[in-house]
Design a protein around this ligand. Structure first.
Ligand code: ADP
Length: 178
């Protein structure tokens, strides 16, 4: 499903964040040490190759809400923006820290002149953030940033399972209904 808001296209799709060839940048739901690990980070590092972690070692550690930019190496993208989501129930205020992930990723993308970006459901895996709450933060933060966006033309939410896709659909429908 797609929605055009001004000059920016918002898309939601089920898929693997490490296999998004049409996007210039993808966002990694990273850990503080920017290490491979599981979930999104595991998939991204596996596809990018070990040289990604070599670059990451110079940039870690990062704090919840922070984001950093690297090359994408063997991934079909140009850049990876690594951000650390909050661990639900531990890093507070969770919604503010999660919003910072989306805000800082967009800011970094804009600074680099990136035109398309893909987000996974940051914090909704191992970090335990309920998807129904995270989707509100993700969309509301992106919508609030739209007036400041100059370079980005496409923002894609890449979700991994059907239940999450349904949540994103409902939210995007609400937005398109105004
Ligand atoms: P976090 O540690 O921030 O919670 P995870 O990587 O554990 O990050 O999971 C974040 C979300 O991404 C979860 O909803 C999970 O189902 C989903 N996910 C896991 N692997 C992938 C992938 N390869 N592509 C897209 N989404 C993924």
């Amino acid at each position: 499903m797609k929605l055009n808001l001004g000059s920016i296209e918002i898309e939601i799709a089920k898929g693997d964040i490490a296999n998004q060839p049409e996007l210039e940048a993808i966002v990694n739901a990273a850990n503080a040490k920017l290490a491979p690990g599981g979930g999104v980070a595991g998939a991204i590092h596996a596809a990018a190759g070990p040289v990604l972690y070599k670059e990451c070692r110079h940039l870690e550690p990062i704090k919840p809400g922070e984001a950093v930019l690297t090359s994408a190496y063997n991934l079909p993208n140009k850049f990876v923006i690594h951000c650390l989501g909050p661990v639900y129930g531990r890093d507070k205020p969770e919604s503010e820290l999660l919003a910072n992930c989306y805000r800082n990723s967009i800011r970094i993308a804009e600074e680099a002149g990136i035109t398309s970006i893909g987000f996974p459901g940051i914090s909704t895996g191992i970090f335990g953030y309920p998807s129904n709450l995270a989707v509100e933060v993700a969309f509301n933060t992106v919508l609030a940033e739209l007036p400041r966006i100059k370079n980005l033309k496409k923002i894609k939410f890449v979700v991994f399972n059907t239940e999450d896709l349904q949540l994103y659909h409902i939210k995007l429908k609400k937005i398109s209904a105004g």
